[in-house]
Design a binder for this molecule. Structure first.
Ligand code: ADP
Ligand code: MG
Length: 266
């Protein structure tokens, strides 16, 4: 089943105009997650249409990774309330595996190690197509020289940046419908940043959507829309330039978490 079609129909006299019609891939409704006395995710709602790059910006501790874990269904991150609808299916209570089978993937802020698997096999782990030549193409796309990696394993001998690029290669290979990328640019050398941007655009180009969590202004600019997260709230959603401007002007480290004033969130 595809996403929910949102159509605005305007009637004028005896004529009817269909103004726009797009498909909502992801719909998040009033998500809440509390651990101890901390409200980590606070009533978050937004929609991501097919083919949209949706940026999520916010300071450390704002709740960005927690939101990513909730969307992916990571253990320990079952929301206390709220709903997640993916292509018309309520996935709030689905397992991580079930969500993966529906086409959702998460590239972690700190990629996990899968000891004992070769890099070339790892890249195609979620791909329908197989073959090491293909894995090597994805490595090249992420600016890793295949000759240096074809005999190696995904293990602790890889640097953080290398692991990240390998994980992003596997996301590309998977062709997910929804890729949640948690700071895909962090730890990546400057010359490879363009490769990260290109992989994000590639997902959009085949109609996939991306939730792009980042601190980097240049990276947020590749988004179609962005949300500013603040103390667990998706405080403001809008055009990236607007969100970046607001973030720079208003977000400051605060020892006591103070929520933004009510009515200032649209
Ligand atoms: P971000 O990715 O925006 O830096 P996180 O989502 O990692 O932020 O964390 C948001 C806040 O929630 C942080 O203060 C973090 O310490 C806290 N937090 C995250 N997960 C848990 C948990 N399972 N139990 C308690 N606190 C948590
Ligand atoms: Mg994080």
């Amino acid at each position: 089943m595809k996403g929910l079609a949102t159509t605005v129909v305007v009637a004028a006299g005896n004529q009817v105009f269909i103004c726009y019609n797009y498909l909502i891939m992801l719909k998040i409704e009033n998500l809440n997650l509390k651990r101890g006395d901390k409200q980590i995710i606070n009533n978050v709602s937004f929609e991501v249409p097919d083919g949209e790059i949706f940026g999520v910006l916010g300071m450390n501790g704002a709740g960005k990774s927690s939101l990513a874990y909730i969307l992916m269904g990571s253990s320990g991150y079952q929301p206390d309330s709220g709903k997640i609808i993916f292509n018309g299916i309520d996935i709030t209570n689905k397992t991580m595996d079930e969500r993966a089978r529906l086409g959702i993937t998460l590239a972690w802020q700190e990629p996990a190690r899968f000891e004992g698997i070769s890099i070339l096999d790892f890249i195609l782990i979620g791909s329908e197509k197989k073959g090491h030549t293909l894995s090597e193409e994805y490595l090249e796309q992420m600016r890793l020289a295949p000759s240096e990696y074809r005999l190696r394993q995904v293990d602790k001998t890889l640097s953080g940046g290398e692991r990240k690029k390998i994980e992003l290669s596997s996301v590309l290979a998977m062709k997910p419908k929804l890729a949640i990328l948690d700071e895909p640019d962090s730890g990546i050398d400057m010359l490879s940043q363009e490769a990260v941007m290109n992989m994000i655009r590639e997902i959009k180009n085949y109609g996939g959507s991306v939730i792009l969590i980042t601190h980097d202004e240049e990276v947020v600019k590749t988004a179609d829309r962005a949300a500013l997260m603040c103390s667990g709230l998706a405080f403001k959603v809008g055009k990236p330039a607007e969100i970046i401007g607001y973030y720079k002007e208003h977000c400051k480290p605060c020892p006591t978490k103070v929520y933004p004033a009510k009515g200032d969130n649209k």
